[in-house]
Ligand binder design. Sequence first.
Ligand SMILES: Cc1ncc(COP(=O)(O)O)c(C=O)c1O
Ligand SMILES: [Zn+2]
Length: 440
Amino acid sequence: MEINKYHFVCRNCGNKIDGFPQWFNEGQKCSACNKNWVDVKYSNDYLKLPDLINNRAGHPDSLFHYFDYLPLVDRNNIITEGEGVIPVDRWKFLEEFAYQYYNLEITVLAYRNDTNPGTGTFKDVAAAVAASVLKENGISDYCVASTGNIANAFAHYLALAGISLSVFIPEDALAANEAGVGCYGQRVFRVKGDYSLAKHLCAEFSKKHKIHMSGGNIDPARVEAKKTQVFEWLRQLGYVPDVYIQALAGGTGPIAIHKGLEDIRHLKLFEKEPRYVLIQASGCNPMTMAWDQAKKEGFSEGWKNRFPILEHPLTRIPTLANGNPQTYPILANLVHSTEGEFLTFNEELHVDVARLVAFETSVRIGPAAAIAVGGFFEALKTNTLRDGERVMINIGEGMHRAPELLDKMRYTTQNVATIEECLPSNRNDYRHQLYASFTP
Ligand SMILES: Cc1ncc(COP(=O)(O)O)c(C=O)c1O
Ligand SMILES: [Zn+2]
């Protein structure tokens, strides 16, 4: 199939690849240099984008509103449930907090990926595009290693496309994640080890059975899908936020945002790239460790390639348990060049965060999203945020990803036997206690 709409360019050697047909044929790597990080280029140079984000092209019903800038040729192959066009809420309670305790006047935006219709995480967009791409390329078997959410989203969307999926999850993955894959008839391999072992076995499985494997954080389908969030911000807000906060495992989010912005720089639709403030959970924070060390050493020669590898990280947030951060050099570059930060949030407090958010907004967030919101408090504490900034927090997942968390969110229960014990209460009385973990 000759494609005119898009092609890949190898980021290592510049080799031109004729899109996904050639990519899959050649084992998802550049045949000239064997590397697997490519840039997806579109022949019409985003000329339609200004119309798409001005809503002149009609209100979007999914991220495929941006079909012209996705690596897909035939609209008939689109697999969608309406993901990717999600609200950007304003969370004034965090603005007020920042003002009261840190004297900062900032705007706080919550990017509500928990409202995605597939599985309620920001992996839905990636999975919808991946499923569509696989369908278009006649692929009927696929495999992926995952700490949880990407597996769920792929299981869901590939099932919609009639594609069989084998999922490799680490032994500590949440039961709800395993169930969320298995319920669609997709195969789960729960490995006796951590995410690194899951990735290793998945790669072996892929080789042995000649089944294509998801390319991880730099997979072109995933990056192209997540890139569309930039277009949505421009459409909904008219600007790109000054700061982007996300819970971090492998970092597809920032990689994709950067790619989206680079793609459209010539259109002059935004002023500057956001400062990436990326948050790791305290139980698994190799990137923050590497960054803190680099800072101490004054970012000395070769710092971007120095990072620890944590064997069997122990964390309460298994979704973020990526102990071997192979994407660190890419992310370190993005964080450094935008004057961002890698921060660690004390994961013991993730339930407190989730309670506070539910109290103030009625939004029930999942554990990984709680790390992102917790990272906002950490950013305040470390003077990372600047007066006047518009700060976006990626609410990457909703509560139903982790029923265990909901279970821990009870705090108002009183056991009673007689009517005398049942007194009316005022929910505002909880407010002080809910903020206690975060007030300086
Ligand atoms: C809700 C949520 N936030 C953040 C992350 C981390 O994403 P990334 O791997 O792109 O860093 C994940 C990964 O599964 C996630 O599900
Ligand atoms: Zn190459």
